[in-house]
Write a protein that binds this ligand. Structure first.
Ligand code: ATP
Ligand code: MG
Length: 393
């Protein structure tokens, strides 16, 4: 049986005159992903992308998984290719479709004929194919045209006919890169990998900056962050993680400033440094996992103070989400178990006992002026080194 993968676009179909730009981008990305899985031909027609294996060595399951992780695709299905004659269509209906209906009680068939020269119309096709499936399954399944468990589709296109049963919901969103580049501040926590995934889903190409504070934070903490980036990369594509040391900055803050302000001061350094890293790597925004009110440094007042130190817009996709909602996404993208591994983050060393929850910028600046801010920023930037987190899918 010749099998192919069909991908339906999501939001792209609404893009009017720009549609082709997005379609080209999406096809390029699928071609790129396909390289890992063998020789495939990728074409498109009528808001559908066809992924066809060109030889027996192709890993169709791997390619299917890749397509399911590709933003811009709303639905993915496997389809059998048949010749455009009724005998072959019936044969495929009997031999190919029943496996997809194993655990279902009801189905219906939808016929679609884009080649109007084909002698049977959509209604005929639905009835003929439905009859074949019913007899092949020996009464184990019934037709329900209103609320079927599975919809079987027969599509008669220009060059071939396709039969498929059951679509899987794709990753949705917009093709990566269609919204430009963004730099995510990636910690080892639960929220920032989710934030990276969410903005990548909206079409941002993602790079990451991670702040460490060796020896207060460990080698293992850094590896954890790279592992998290790799998991996000299954959706976003490979992620360059720029690692920056904040050790000296944290020591200087701890030595010179009032304890209540430690976290706020540190976060202002993070925002300034991240803005500079972003500019260097041509990223036009910062992304954080902040959620309003989650911790002392995420009250509106604290966010105002830290945002003031950034020179780029900060996107915070988790800002209005409960922890539970964030965790649901973390589980879906398989970052949760990794995120809860217990390693120190630079935010958890030198933490104040009584952090300010309603800080005033002027008072924070008084503390900040005790240090040579610019020199410390430059020194930290010089510690940058980059690790590529490669997608496994
Ligand atoms: P997360 O679960 O993402 O770590 P959090 O709830 O622990 O978030 P904070 O520690 O206050 O919250 O961090 C808020 C945001 O600041 C994080 O979501 C992340 O974007 C950024 N951030 C915090 N620590 C680091 C770090 N070590 N390196 C890079 N970014 C960081
Ligand atoms: Mg954290």
């Amino acid at each position: 049986m010749n099998e192919i993968i069909l991908c339906k676009y999501g939001e792209i179909v609404l893009k009017g005159a720009n549609k082709k730009f997005f379609e080209d981008m999406l096809c390029r990305q699928l071609k790129d992903r396909a390289k890992k899985h063998g020789h495939f031909e990728i074409t498109r027609a009528q808001s559908t992308i066809y992924i066809k294996p060109l030889d027996g060595d192709c890993d169709l399951d791997g390619m299917f998984d890749s397509a399911m992780h590709t933003f811009g695709i709303a639905a993915v299905s496997r389809a059998a290719v048949c010749e455009k004659n009724l005998d072959d269509i019936k044969r495929v209906a009997r031999e190919y479709i029943p496996d997809f209906l194993e655990n279902c009680r009801t189905f219906k068939v939808e016929g679609k004929r884009s080649d109007k020269h084909f002698p049977y119309n959509s209604m005929d096709l639905s009835q003929i194919v439905g009859g074949e499936i019913l007899s092949a399954m020996n009464g184990k399944i019934k037709v329900d045209v209103h609320h079927p468990d599975v919809v079987v589709k027969v599509e008669i296109r220009e060059t071939a006919a396709y039969l498929h049963a059951g679509q899987f919901k794709g990753a949705g969103g917009m093709p990566i890169g269609s919204a430009g580049n963004g730099l995510v501040l990636l910690s080892g926590g639960i929220d920032s990998p989710v934030a990276a995934y969410m903005m990548s889903k909206r079409g941002l190409h993602i790079e990451a900056v991670h702040f460490e504070s060796f020896p207060y934070t460990s080698e293992l903490a850094r590896e954890k962050v790279i592992d998290l980036a790799r998991k996000v990369a299954a959706y976003s594509g490979d992620i360059y993680v720029h690692v920056i040391s904040l050790t000296h900055i944290q020591e200087e803050i701890a030595r010179n400033c009032e304890e209540d302000y430690f976290t706020l001061l540190l976060r202002r350094y993070m925002m300034t440094i991240a803005s500079k890293v972003a500019e260097k790597h041509k990223c036009r925004c910062l992304i954080t996992g902040e959620s309003l009110g989650q911790v002392a440094s995420q009250t509106l007042e604290a966010i105002t103070v830290t945002e003031n130190a950034a020179s780029l817009p900060i996107l915070r996709p988790c800002i209005g989400m409960d922890k539970e909602e964030i965790v649901t996404i973390a589980r879906k993208i398989d970052t949760f178990e990794k995120s809860i591994e217990p390693y120190e983050d630079c935010c958890t060393v030198f933490t104040p006992r009584h952090p300010r929850t309603k800080p005033e910028l002027s008072k924070v600046l008084v503390q900040e002026q005790k240090l040579d801010f610019d020199a410390l920023v430059e020194e930290a930037l010089a510690t940058e080194y980059t690790i590529k987190a490669e997608a496994e899918i």
